[in-house]
Design a protein around this ligand. Structure first.
Ligand code: SF4
Length: 1010
């Protein structure tokens, strides 16, 4: 069946008819049944996973068996445990995305100073790109730095994207880029949840959602703060309503009243950017009222650790602050140790220097009055939230928190999440069913792309990127492998040398470990890591420091903070490669608003990739479930799977180096691409998945077991540091064993205990080791008995653990439960983050006030900023707080969804929500065209005057808020409006560089005569 526009309209009308008659008492069952039969008789059925958000809903794709072989229907998978057949509007429209006539069907080339795209062949495009990569690399690869250290890094080509790729492609892409020597490797995770990774890793040991979607149903209280689950992760909300049906109250704390608020039992408004004030007040409430779970806090957290005398906090600054360097000396924040080098502990909490007492001292300033004056939240609402949530600090109670960009995208993004992580520890809500700190991640594989590290600061599996002061593998391991003198600390990261060796062997199986390490690019050890991250990278492009850029499945012309600067930066490049499904604002930046193509030198290659349902591979959802997708229709003519694009490009670059030589050819020509392809030379996701899992490179004995060369490694405990094993990512070892592809499992069976908490251990696979609830050793006491037997996650049966895969298989009481932290305890005091061991309230870098009641320090003193870029602080020209957000119908910058007619019809253009009071002040009526402007730029939008936004009383004064979705762009639809990120500033969190796009200052005015 050919899907023409005409057929598409007929199909749409048919679908609408079924829906329209559904409620009229007219049974369409026979017709629907016949349609089902047609689908079965004439179509191939494959399963896939939604390509949009990281809820990871299951799909069934029906592909015509006739000559065209196109998708004829895509619907929710009724067997899938997370969505049970349901899809939100985005998921339900994937058919229209896949069979979309606006998809590119040929590579395009834009020559320097040209004002048009020219269709070109794949071979020409990839050959020309390979030549440019080599020319740039040969001209500027830095083999040794000014100090003589071997660094083998390439600073003149950058890469950004992509959380839209499968795990296998992400791993392959990072391997390509690192083999070439790139150090500027960034993608969506940086600007959405990098703060999550940093905060959760510091608090608990791993940087991912602790629980999983179905588990929300087990909660006694659900708090959504810094997110809007009902609209942005709609199917996750199914599990919130499940918890509510069982009696759990829903609390929503947010600057805007949204659909999540509408369903909530308690809604509390909060000025954007003041979450730490709110959460600091909650910690004070817990401590003042002794509501914490004492046995848990004393034994499983570092609350009892005694902090050394070097630590102090005065006037908003922690000890060790260096104003000139805008950084802290973190050695000042150390624990006191006993004679054996084990941290001193006082479980009686009498020592004034123990962590719990330092917390009391720190948060005593966070009175309800001070919190209310800062956040603009009425006192009664604050207390209602505190009382409800903190009632769960009991062994048989659990509360969960769901959050998203409202917490992450701030100059205190990491500390926002740290604050909540600490609250959940105080209440004993980590490791238990219905508890946890749960990140609502926004892209189908942003968890997997983070795990596989398309990021500057680490290698796959969260191992630090080599730097210039670690010249050898031995030096790297010595500096990056933690040690603990506490025999009860598992200190799991002591295994890091095995994981790094296995990664090096996955990239370079025939090289020695030392050579392979030597070839990896090394960051400059004296440069702040944020300089390699998103904002630092774009500033360097803007200043003409880079020649080439890969933009792979991402749209920085709309999605990045200060998007106008990014657009301008692209004009400074010599060449850019843009891989995507549709033409977009980034690939076509040279013909965007205000651009003069005749003056822009940048060559642009646009490579059309296929859509997710046309290829095979795995994606990892927010709950760490690695799920396999099968190919339905073949790639649309003219497009290629991303994996083939990477493979073919790398083969061409290798060929050039083999033929011509060039700068440091070894890491390029020796890169293992054999394991990426099948016998026909095509990209093979199954083979790459097996490589990521890892296999034995020679016969070996490990852990008392014998393995033959070529056997898959059964779990990361069997990886070795001597080069006997390869593994692309140790976290995924166990996902593809000799028993097959674990991610492809579709088995819903579970024991009654597992079923009681909806664990689904045989459906797909979860990292690490198929563990569904992280830190589950903290859900039991020292004897292995669950705190809450009704919701047991694990329990000791006398000779083994039952339930979930235990977080460490030792017998009860043998090891501390947080096995990934150095000392085995979860960290209330977190000395590893660069802006302080305790979260402290600081105002956003742009805000409406000049001082706040907590200290004289207005902003995060070590925040990433570019000092030459002006900021609006209590600036009468920009008096209104602005926040940005997503809608149900569009996804991220809208690059994909703005081409889908069903979705554009529902949300066709940019609007700006504002209160009735602000509208009256500005003489703006609902529906009028307005201009929203900041220090960086301006957008035109339709005014949406609503009661959902209310003014705030902050320090006795009225502060207004406006909200804009950031999901539009000039390219499509025509007159749909441009990106809200044209307004947001280039400032970021000092730990991860995530930009502060959730709170900044603007003004609005009516466009007269519009
Ligand atoms: S966008 Fe998210 S919630 Fe919606 S169908 Fe896709 S995975 Fe499910």
């Amino acid at each position: 069946m050919t899907v023409s526009r005409r057929n598409f309209l007929k199909l749409s009308a048919g679908a609408a008819t079924v829906a329209a008659f559904g409620g009229l008492g007219v049974s369409l069952a026979p017709a629907v049944a016949r349609a089902q039969l047609l689908k079965l008789n004439w179509a191939k059925r494959t399963t896939s996973i939604c390509c949009y958000c990281a809820v990871g809903c299951g799909l069934i794709v029906c592909t015509s068996k006739d000559g065209q072989g196109r998708a004829i229907n895509i619907e929710g998978d009724p067997d899938h445990p997370v969505n049970a057949g349901a899809l939100c509007s985005k998921g339900a429209s994937i058919w229209q995305l896949a069979e979309n006539e606006r998809r590119l069907n040929s590579p395009l080339y834009r020559a320097p100073y040209s004002n048009e795209w020219k269709p070109v062949s794949w071979d020409w495009a990839l050959t020309e790109i390979a030549k440019r990569v080599k020319k740039t690399r040969d001209a500027s690869l830095i083999a040794r730095d000014a100090k003589g250290a071997t660094v083998n890094r390439l600073e003149t080509i950058g890469h950004i994207g992509s959380a839209a790729l499968d795990n296998e492609e992400c791993w392959t892409l990072q391997a390509v880029m690192r083999a070439l020597g790139l150090v500027y490797i960034e993608h969506q995770a940086r600007i959405c949840h990098s703060s999550t990774v940093s905060a959760l890793a510091e608090s608990y040991g791993r940087g991912a959602m602790t629980n999983h979607w179905n588990d929300i149903a087990n909660s006694d209280v659900v708090l959504v703060m810094g997110g809007n689950a009902a609209e942005c992760h709609p199917i996750s909300f199914k599990w919130v309503t499940e918890a509510m049906k069982r009696g759990a109250p829903l609390i929503h704390v947010d600057p805007r009243y949204t659909r999540t608020s509408a369903k909530a039992d308690i809604y509390a408004k909060l000025r954007a950017g003041t979450d730490i004030a709110f959460l600091g007040g909650m910690m004070k409430y817990i401590l003042d009222n002794e509501l914490y779970f004492k046995e848990y806090v004393a034994n499983y957290t570092n609350a009892a650790f005694v902090v050394d005398s070097g630590y102090s906090f005065r006037s908003g600054l922690f000890s060790g602050f260096n104003a000139r360097a805008e950084s802290y000396d973190q050695t000042k924040w150390a624990f006191k140790k006993d004679a054996d080098g084990v941290p001193l502990r006082d479980p009686t909490f009498k020592n004034p220097r123990c962590v719990l007492n330092l917390m009391r001292e720190h948060y005593k300033r966070y009175t309800v009055e001070a919190v209310s004056a800062t956040t603009g939240t009425p006192k009664a609402d604050i207390l209602k939230v505190y009382e409800t949530f903190c009632a769960t600090g009991k062994p048989d109670k659990a509360a969960t928190i769901l959050y998203a960009m409202g917490w992450t995208q701030h100059t205190v993004g990491v500390q926002n999440i740290r604050a909540m992580s600490m609250i959940q520890l105080l209440l004993g809500n980590i490791g238990v069913a219905g508890g946890g700190v749960n990140a609502l991640r926004g892209e189908s594989n942003v968890q997997g792309s983070t795990d596989n590290s398309l990021l500057a600061q680490d290698l796959p599996g969260y191992m630090a990127t080599p730097a210039s002061h670690w010249q050898t593998l031995e030096a790297y391991n010595a500096a990056n492998t933690p040690a603990s003198n506490d025999p009860m600390s598992a200190n799991w990261w002591s295994n890091k040398p095995k994981y790094l060796a296995s990664l090096l062997k996955a990239m370079y199986p025939t090289a020695s470990l030392d050579d392979a390490y030597n070839w990896l690019p090394k960051l400059d050890g004296d440069t702040k890591i944020t300089e390699y991250m998103w904002l630092g990278l774009w500033d360097k492009i803007y200043n003409g420091k880079l020649n080439g850029l890969f933009v792979w499945g991402q749209n920085p012309a709309c999605g990045g903070a200060n998007a106008g600067k990014n657009r301008e930066a692209m004009t400074k490049l010599d060449w850019m490669v843009n891989v995507n499904i549709f033409d977009n604002e980034s690939g076509s930046f040279w013909r965007g608003p205000g651009m003069q193509p005749g003056k822009i030198k940048t060559e642009v290659f646009m490579l059309p990739c296929c859509v997710s349902v046309e290829k095979e591979g795995s994606v990892t959802n927010s709950g760490r479930w690695m799920q396999w997708r099968y190919a339905g229709p073949s790639p649309r003519p003219g497009t290629k799977p991303d994996g083939d694009i990477m493979l073919q490009l790398m083969e061409k670059i290798k060929d050039l180096y083999r033929a011509e030589g060039g700068a440091l050819p070894h890491p390029v020509v020796n890169l293992n691409t054999v394991d990426w392809k099948n016998q026909h030379g095509e990209y093979d996701a199954n083979k790459v998945a097996r490589l990521i899992n890892g296999y034995f490179l020679k016969d070996a004995e490990v852990g008392g077991r014998s393995f033959k060369k070529g056997q898959q490694v059964p779990g990361f405990a069997f990886l070795t540091a001597d080069g006997s094993t390869c593994s692309g990512n140790w976290l995924y070892t166990g996902s593809y064993t000799d028993d097959g592809n674990m991610a492809a499992r579709r088995d819903s069976t579970q024991t009654p205990e597992q079923a009681a908490i909806q664990l689904y251990p045989n459906w797909a696979w979860a990292w690490p080791a198929n563990r569904r609830i992280l830190y589950n050793r903290a859900s039991v006491n020292a004897a292995g008995v669950p705190w809450d037997p009704k919701r047991a996650v694990i329990q000791w049966t006398g000779d083994k653990w039952a339930g979930d895969v235990p977080d460490g298989g030792w017998k009860p009481g043998e090891k501390h439960p947080f096995i990934m932290t150095q000392h085995g305890h979860a960290q209330l005091f977190g000395p590893g983050r660069v802006d302080g061991p305790f979260p402290e309230h600081y105002e956003p870098m742009e805000g409406p006030i000049k001082r706040h009641p907590f200290s004289g320090q207005l902003h995060n003193p070590v925040a990433y900023q570019i000092h030459s870029e002006e900021k609006a602080v209590a600036d009468p020209r920009y008096p209104i707080v602005c926040t940005t957000y997503r809608m149900t119908e569009h996804w991220q910058t809208g690059l994909m969804t703005r081409h889908v007619g069903w979705l554009v019809e529902a949300e066709p253009q940019l609007f700006c929500e504002m209160s009735e009071e602000l509208a009256a002040e500005k003489s703006i009526a609902n529906g009028e065209k307005i201009r929203v402007y900041s220090l960086r730029g301006e957008v035109e939008a339709v005014a949406m005057v609503t009661k959902r936004i209310q003014p705030y009383i902050v320090q006795g004064k009225t502060v207004h808020l406006v909200g804009l979705p950031w999901q539009f762009g000039w390219h499509t639809p025509v007159d749909g409006g441009d990106s809200a990120n044209l307004l947001s500033p280039s400032v970021g969190d000092p730990n991860t560089g995530i930009p502060e796009t959730k709170a900044f200052m603007v003004n609005v005015m009516k466009i007269e005569g519009a």
